[in-house]
Design a protein around this ligand. Sequence first.
Ligand SMILES: CCCCCCCC(=O)CC(=O)SCCNC(=O)CCNC(=O)[C@H](O)C(C)(C)COP(=O)(O)OP(=O)(O)OC[C@H]1O[C@@H](n2cnc3c(N)ncnc32)[C@H](O)[C@@H]1OP(=O)(O)O
Ligand SMILES: NC(=O)C1=CN([C@@H]2O[C@H](COP(=O)(O)OP(=O)(O)OC[C@H]3O[C@@H](n4cnc5c(N)ncnc54)[C@H](O)[C@@H]3O)[C@@H](O)[C@H]2O)C=CC1
Length: 309
Amino acid sequence: MAFFTHHICRGLSSSAVRHVVIKNVTIIGGGQMGAGIAQVAASTGHAVTLVDTNEDILKKAVKGIEGNLKRVVKKKFADKPEAGEEFLQKAMQNVSISTDAGSVVQGTDLVVEAIVENLKVKQDLFGGLDKLAPAHTIFASNTSSLSITDIASSTNRLDRFGGLHFFNPVPVMRLVEVIATSSTSQETFDSLLNFSKMLGKTSVSCKDTPGFIVNRLLLPYILDAVRMYERGDGSKEDIDIAMKLGCGYPMGPFELSDYVGLDTMKFIMDGWSAANPDNPMFAQSEVLNKLVAEGKFGKKTGEGFYKYK
Ligand SMILES: CCCCCCCC(=O)CC(=O)SCCNC(=O)CCNC(=O)[C@H](O)C(C)(C)COP(=O)(O)OP(=O)(O)OC[C@H]1O[C@@H](n2cnc3c(N)ncnc32)[C@H](O)[C@@H]1OP(=O)(O)O
Ligand SMILES: NC(=O)C1=CN([C@@H]2O[C@H](COP(=O)(O)OP(=O)(O)OC[C@H]3O[C@@H](n4cnc5c(N)ncnc54)[C@H](O)[C@@H]3O)[C@@H](O)[C@H]2O)C=CC1
């Protein structure tokens, strides 16, 4: 069930802005991002259905959400354990799981997609859901690097399609990039801004340009670090230490790559390389290709640039 509200938007003086109040959210992809988005949405009172093709991943996601929330509760409700238990129960009751996206979107206000970073797979998913979701339902992609316009082109709801780009780990990182294409309606954009606010996040408005704001700046930095290592100009350990202690970053570029996932990083690089074949920045990286070919995707598989076992 969707609700429409009218409110005066700050900075827009007297113009009344309509937005869909998001209550029921379907999150597709139960990996590190989808599980994180589900955790935050459920703990801020949204009814969440987390969808993945793989049931084991969903079970692992729910276990992870519960574990994370228990940690939060222990800290935040240290002197009010009963209130903490109530918060935990409520949040967990807000989460359900499904392996059938088509059947659950029928009652949803917002679909947030966080599946593999591949244009065709995302288009196929949204193209199918477009025929099943109610007219008011807003579609949003959490893509890191793909064009929202391209993803949305598989649907007939271009005005109700935008980007919601979260950061990893979602429960900790405070930013959401909200992306409007040239077809995204003001109402959809305002609904996505409002949803981000309800999640307790700070949002920035982005155009549908490659990498939006953060990844347009982050990816060249990470790729330059990989090239530096490949040339033998610095060890990965030294490069990581240098950026942490020299710039105050919480993680160095190799630690961060392992944290994001080297499979995702390669998907991003390959996509940008195909779109910009003459740009040496996106030329194939032997080191990255080797690690990915060996199934060493970083922290999630126990090994990437570093070992985690
Ligand atoms: C690579 C190609 C280019 C990128 C392209 C794709 C990527 C994207 O599209 C966009 C991205 O997300 S880019 C990545 C953005 N994320 C970062 O830069 C993370 C950098 N690392 C950190 O902030 C800290 O090391 C971090 C917060 C992770 C850990 O902090 P600490 O080292 O201080 O560790 P803790 O003391 O254990 O944690 C601090 C608080 O955070 C909680 N926490 C940690 N991990 C968590 C997780 N996974 N889920 C939920 N909560 C988590 C932890 O409980 C602790 O909480 P408090 O006790 O309340 O402080
Ligand atoms: N890893 C990161 O730091 C960030 C990733 N992103 C983006 O979020 C998306 C997901 O990334 P991660 O969570 O890291 O990946 P992940 O590999 O941890 O999870 C992806 C999940 O999607 C599922 N999946 C794949 N195809 C599916 C389909 N058709 N239907 C339902 N489920 C499907 C997989 O089984 C897997 O569980 C990607 O688009 C990525 O670029 C955005 C911000 C940060």
